[in-house]
Design a protein around this ligand. Structure first.
Ligand code: GUN
Length: 284
Protein backbone atom coordinates (compact mmCIF):
# COMPACT_ATOMS: atom_id res chain seq x y z
CA UNK A 1 0.00 0.00 0.00
CA UNK A 2 1.21 3.51 -0.72
CA UNK A 3 -0.09 6.25 1.48
CA UNK A 4 -2.16 9.22 0.38
CA UNK A 5 0.14 12.24 0.50
CA UNK A 6 -1.46 15.07 2.46
CA UNK A 7 -0.34 18.08 0.45
CA UNK A 8 -0.12 20.90 2.98
CA UNK A 9 1.19 23.29 0.37
CA UNK A 10 -1.93 22.87 -1.78
CA UNK A 11 -4.32 23.06 1.20
CA UNK A 12 -2.49 26.23 2.28
CA UNK A 13 -2.90 27.78 -1.19
CA UNK A 14 -6.62 26.91 -1.22
CA UNK A 15 -7.08 28.40 2.26
CA UNK A 16 -5.17 31.54 1.25
CA UNK A 17 -7.68 32.13 -1.57
CA UNK A 18 -10.42 32.37 1.07
CA UNK A 19 -8.22 34.59 3.26
CA UNK A 20 -7.52 36.94 0.34
CA UNK A 21 -11.24 37.25 -0.38
CA UNK A 22 -12.00 38.15 3.24
CA UNK A 23 -9.05 40.59 3.38
CA UNK A 24 -10.48 42.37 0.31
CA UNK A 25 -13.93 42.51 1.93
CA UNK A 26 -12.41 44.09 5.05
CA UNK A 27 -10.32 46.53 3.01
CA UNK A 28 -13.50 47.65 1.23
CA UNK A 29 -14.80 48.58 4.70
CA UNK A 30 -11.64 50.58 5.44
CA UNK A 31 -9.81 48.00 7.55
CA UNK A 32 -6.47 46.59 6.42
CA UNK A 33 -5.51 43.58 8.63
CA UNK A 34 -2.06 44.19 10.12
CA UNK A 35 0.48 41.86 11.74
CA UNK A 36 3.52 42.91 13.80
CA UNK A 37 6.33 40.37 14.09
CA UNK A 38 9.04 40.90 16.70
CA UNK A 39 12.38 39.13 16.48
CA UNK A 40 14.96 39.50 19.24
CA UNK A 41 18.51 38.29 18.59
CA UNK A 42 19.96 36.46 15.63
CA UNK A 43 18.83 32.83 15.73
CA UNK A 44 19.26 31.84 12.02
CA UNK A 45 16.20 29.56 11.92
CA UNK A 46 14.04 32.30 13.50
CA UNK A 47 15.20 34.75 10.81
CA UNK A 48 13.96 32.39 8.10
CA UNK A 49 10.64 31.79 9.89
CA UNK A 50 9.85 35.47 10.46
CA UNK A 51 10.75 36.54 6.94
CA UNK A 52 8.43 33.80 5.58
CA UNK A 53 5.65 35.03 7.87
CA UNK A 54 6.04 38.64 6.72
CA UNK A 55 6.28 37.64 3.03
CA UNK A 56 3.05 35.61 3.32
CA UNK A 57 1.17 38.64 4.65
CA UNK A 58 2.02 40.49 1.43
CA UNK A 59 0.77 37.54 -0.65
CA UNK A 60 -2.77 37.85 0.81
CA UNK A 61 -2.84 41.65 0.83
CA UNK A 62 -2.22 42.13 4.57
CA UNK A 63 -0.12 44.84 6.15
CA UNK A 64 2.87 43.64 8.20
CA UNK A 65 5.79 45.10 10.11
CA UNK A 66 8.92 43.27 11.15
CA UNK A 67 10.68 44.69 14.20
CA UNK A 68 14.17 43.29 14.75
CA UNK A 69 16.12 43.92 17.94
CA UNK A 70 19.59 42.95 19.11
CA UNK A 71 19.97 40.04 21.57
CA UNK A 72 20.73 42.46 24.43
CA UNK A 73 17.31 44.18 24.26
CA UNK A 74 16.03 44.37 27.85
CA UNK A 75 12.79 42.69 28.93
CA UNK A 76 11.43 46.13 29.88
CA UNK A 77 12.13 47.53 26.41
CA UNK A 78 10.39 44.56 24.83
CA UNK A 79 7.36 44.94 27.12
CA UNK A 80 7.17 48.64 26.20
CA UNK A 81 7.10 47.78 22.48
CA UNK A 82 4.34 45.24 23.08
CA UNK A 83 2.32 47.82 25.05
CA UNK A 84 2.63 50.28 22.14
CA UNK A 85 1.50 47.64 19.62
CA UNK A 86 -1.40 46.62 21.89
CA UNK A 87 -2.81 50.13 21.49
CA UNK A 88 -1.93 50.56 17.79
CA UNK A 89 -5.22 50.43 15.85
CA UNK A 90 -3.42 49.46 12.60
CA UNK A 91 -2.10 46.28 14.20
CA UNK A 92 -4.49 43.34 14.76
CA UNK A 93 -1.94 40.61 15.44
CA UNK A 94 1.30 40.58 17.46
CA UNK A 95 3.78 37.73 17.25
CA UNK A 96 6.98 37.52 19.29
CA UNK A 97 9.19 34.86 17.72
CA UNK A 98 10.43 32.19 20.15
CA UNK A 99 12.89 31.30 21.51
CA UNK A 100 13.79 34.56 23.26
CA UNK A 101 17.25 35.27 24.71
CA UNK A 102 17.67 33.66 28.15
CA UNK A 103 17.53 36.95 30.12
CA UNK A 104 13.96 37.61 28.94
CA UNK A 105 11.07 35.88 30.74
CA UNK A 106 9.08 34.25 27.95
CA UNK A 107 5.92 33.88 30.05
CA UNK A 108 5.93 37.56 31.04
CA UNK A 109 6.26 38.53 27.39
CA UNK A 110 3.49 36.23 26.15
CA UNK A 111 1.11 37.43 28.90
CA UNK A 112 1.82 41.07 27.96
CA UNK A 113 0.32 40.62 24.47
CA UNK A 114 -3.34 41.60 24.37
CA UNK A 115 -5.33 38.30 24.14
CA UNK A 116 -7.32 39.79 21.25
CA UNK A 117 -4.08 40.33 19.27
CA UNK A 118 -2.40 37.07 20.37
CA UNK A 119 -2.32 35.46 16.92
CA UNK A 120 0.00 32.70 18.18
CA UNK A 121 -2.68 31.63 20.68
CA UNK A 122 -0.05 31.34 23.43
CA UNK A 123 -1.60 33.72 25.99
CA UNK A 124 -2.99 31.97 29.09
CA UNK A 125 -6.48 33.22 28.25
CA UNK A 126 -6.40 31.71 24.75
CA UNK A 127 -4.79 28.47 25.99
CA UNK A 128 -7.43 28.24 28.75
CA UNK A 129 -10.27 29.03 26.33
CA UNK A 130 -9.13 26.15 24.12
CA UNK A 131 -8.83 23.80 27.07
CA UNK A 132 -12.36 24.56 28.28
CA UNK A 133 -13.88 24.08 24.83
CA UNK A 134 -14.47 27.73 23.88
CA UNK A 135 -11.60 28.37 21.49
CA UNK A 136 -10.74 31.96 20.55
CA UNK A 137 -7.33 32.50 18.89
CA UNK A 138 -5.73 29.05 18.43
CA UNK A 139 -2.06 28.04 18.20
CA UNK A 140 -1.22 28.05 14.49
CA UNK A 141 0.56 24.72 14.03
CA UNK A 142 -2.08 22.45 15.62
CA UNK A 143 -4.83 24.58 14.04
CA UNK A 144 -3.16 23.92 10.67
CA UNK A 145 -2.94 20.19 11.40
CA UNK A 146 -6.69 20.12 12.15
CA UNK A 147 -7.40 21.80 8.79
CA UNK A 148 -5.19 19.20 7.04
CA UNK A 149 -7.06 16.32 8.72
CA UNK A 150 -10.46 17.86 7.92
CA UNK A 151 -9.49 18.62 4.35
CA UNK A 152 -8.29 15.02 3.84
CA UNK A 153 -11.51 13.59 5.35
CA UNK A 154 -9.66 11.80 8.14
CA UNK A 155 -12.22 10.68 10.74
CA UNK A 156 -11.42 12.11 14.19
CA UNK A 157 -14.55 11.33 16.20
CA UNK A 158 -13.85 8.12 18.14
CA UNK A 159 -10.38 7.74 16.58
CA UNK A 160 -7.29 7.14 18.72
CA UNK A 161 -4.80 9.97 18.20
CA UNK A 162 -1.28 9.61 19.58
CA UNK A 163 0.75 12.81 19.82
CA UNK A 164 4.51 12.50 20.27
CA UNK A 165 5.81 15.67 21.94
CA UNK A 166 4.04 17.67 24.66
CA UNK A 167 5.21 21.24 24.01
CA UNK A 168 3.06 24.30 24.75
CA UNK A 169 3.37 25.34 21.09
CA UNK A 170 2.26 22.08 19.45
CA UNK A 171 1.63 18.94 21.55
CA UNK A 172 -0.61 20.31 24.31
CA UNK A 173 -2.89 22.51 22.14
CA UNK A 174 -2.98 19.67 19.56
CA UNK A 175 -4.29 17.33 22.27
CA UNK A 176 -7.04 19.81 23.17
CA UNK A 177 -8.13 20.31 19.55
CA UNK A 178 -8.26 16.57 18.83
CA UNK A 179 -10.12 15.95 22.09
CA UNK A 180 -12.67 18.59 21.10
CA UNK A 181 -13.06 16.84 17.73
CA UNK A 182 -14.03 13.66 19.58
CA UNK A 183 -10.74 11.74 19.41
CA UNK A 184 -9.31 9.64 22.23
CA UNK A 185 -5.94 11.27 22.83
CA UNK A 186 -2.63 9.89 24.09
CA UNK A 187 -0.02 12.58 24.70
CA UNK A 188 3.51 11.12 24.81
CA UNK A 189 6.58 12.97 26.03
CA UNK A 190 10.33 12.47 26.15
CA UNK A 191 10.00 10.15 29.18
CA UNK A 192 7.36 7.86 27.67
CA UNK A 193 8.35 4.20 28.00
CA UNK A 194 8.05 2.04 24.87
CA UNK A 195 6.90 4.79 22.53
CA UNK A 196 6.28 2.30 19.70
CA UNK A 197 3.71 0.47 21.87
CA UNK A 198 1.65 3.68 21.88
CA UNK A 199 2.17 4.77 18.27
CA UNK A 200 1.24 1.28 17.01
CA UNK A 201 -2.25 1.64 18.54
CA UNK A 202 -2.92 4.93 16.81
CA UNK A 203 -5.37 5.75 14.04
CA UNK A 204 -3.66 9.15 13.85
CA UNK A 205 -0.02 9.86 14.81
CA UNK A 206 1.16 13.45 15.23
CA UNK A 207 4.97 13.66 15.40
CA UNK A 208 6.20 16.85 17.09
CA UNK A 209 9.46 16.07 18.86
CA UNK A 210 12.21 17.71 16.82
CA UNK A 211 14.30 14.59 16.17
CA UNK A 212 15.13 13.71 12.58
CA UNK A 213 13.24 10.66 11.20
CA UNK A 214 12.63 9.09 14.64
CA UNK A 215 9.16 7.69 13.77
CA UNK A 216 9.77 4.67 11.56
CA UNK A 217 7.48 2.35 9.61
CA UNK A 218 7.60 -0.40 12.24
CA UNK A 219 6.05 2.01 14.77
CA UNK A 220 2.92 2.61 12.65
CA UNK A 221 -0.28 0.56 12.39
CA UNK A 222 -1.11 -0.25 8.73
CA UNK A 223 -3.51 2.35 7.34
CA UNK A 224 -2.93 4.97 10.05
CA UNK A 225 -2.66 8.70 9.29
CA UNK A 226 0.73 10.24 10.10
CA UNK A 227 1.25 14.00 10.38
CA UNK A 228 4.83 15.23 10.60
CA UNK A 229 5.32 18.52 12.45
CA UNK A 230 9.13 18.26 12.64
CA UNK A 231 11.55 20.53 10.82
CA UNK A 232 15.08 19.13 11.16
CA UNK A 233 18.29 18.87 9.23
CA UNK A 234 19.81 15.40 8.79
CA UNK A 235 23.55 14.61 8.89
CA UNK A 236 23.84 15.69 5.25
CA UNK A 237 22.16 19.03 6.03
CA UNK A 238 18.97 18.01 4.19
CA UNK A 239 15.62 19.27 5.51
CA UNK A 240 13.60 16.42 7.04
CA UNK A 241 10.79 15.79 9.49
CA UNK A 242 10.40 13.69 12.65
CA UNK A 243 9.00 10.89 10.47
CA UNK A 244 11.07 8.55 8.34
CA UNK A 245 8.99 9.24 5.23
CA UNK A 246 10.39 6.35 3.15
CA UNK A 247 9.60 3.57 5.64
CA UNK A 248 6.31 5.06 6.88
CA UNK A 249 4.73 5.80 3.49
CA UNK A 250 4.45 2.11 2.63
CA UNK A 251 2.59 1.36 5.90
CA UNK A 252 0.46 4.44 6.57
CA UNK A 253 -2.87 5.21 4.92
CA UNK A 254 -2.02 8.92 4.71
CA UNK A 255 1.11 10.94 5.46
CA UNK A 256 2.17 14.58 5.33
CA UNK A 257 5.62 15.29 3.84
CA UNK A 258 8.39 17.64 5.01
CA UNK A 259 8.80 20.07 3.35
CA UNK A 260 5.36 20.83 1.89
CA UNK A 261 3.23 19.53 4.76
CA UNK A 262 2.55 21.26 8.07
CA UNK A 263 4.96 24.20 7.50
CA UNK A 264 2.88 26.07 4.90
CA UNK A 265 -0.26 25.45 6.99
CA UNK A 266 1.27 27.00 10.13
CA UNK A 267 1.87 30.26 8.29
CA UNK A 268 -1.56 30.14 6.69
CA UNK A 269 -3.28 29.77 10.06
CA UNK A 270 -1.27 32.75 11.34
CA UNK A 271 -2.78 34.75 8.47
CA UNK A 272 -6.22 33.34 9.32
CA UNK A 273 -5.83 34.32 12.99
CA UNK A 274 -4.74 37.84 12.00
CA UNK A 275 -7.70 38.14 9.64
CA UNK A 276 -10.12 36.90 12.34
CA UNK A 277 -8.65 39.32 14.89
CA UNK A 278 -9.19 42.18 12.40
CA UNK A 279 -12.76 41.07 11.64
CA UNK A 280 -13.53 40.98 15.39
CA UNK A 281 -11.94 44.41 15.90
CA UNK A 282 -14.33 45.84 13.30
CA UNK A 283 -17.31 44.47 15.23
CA UNK A 284 -16.17 45.70 18.65
N1 GUN B 1 9.03 29.39 17.39
C1 GUN B 1 8.78 28.17 16.86
N2 GUN B 1 7.47 28.06 16.51
C2 GUN B 1 6.90 29.23 16.83
C3 GUN B 1 5.56 29.72 16.69
O1 GUN B 1 4.64 29.06 16.23
N3 GUN B 1 5.37 31.00 17.13
C4 GUN B 1 6.38 31.75 17.66
N4 GUN B 1 6.07 32.98 18.08
N5 GUN B 1 7.60 31.31 17.80
C5 GUN B 1 7.86 30.07 17.38
Amino acid sequence: MTALIIDGKQIALDTQIEIKRRVSALSARGVMPGLAVILVGDNPASHVYVSNKVKSCGAVGMHSVLEQYPADLSERQLLERIAALNSDAAIHGILVQLPLPAHINEHAVLEAISPTKDVDGFHLLNAGALMTGQPRLRACTPYGVMKMLEHSNIAMRGAHAVIVGASNIVGKPMAMMLLQAGATVTLCNSKTRDLAHHTKQADIVIAAVGRARMITGDMIRPGATVIDVGINRDEAGKLCGDVDFESVKSVAGAISPVPGGVGPMTITMLLMNTLEAAEKALLS
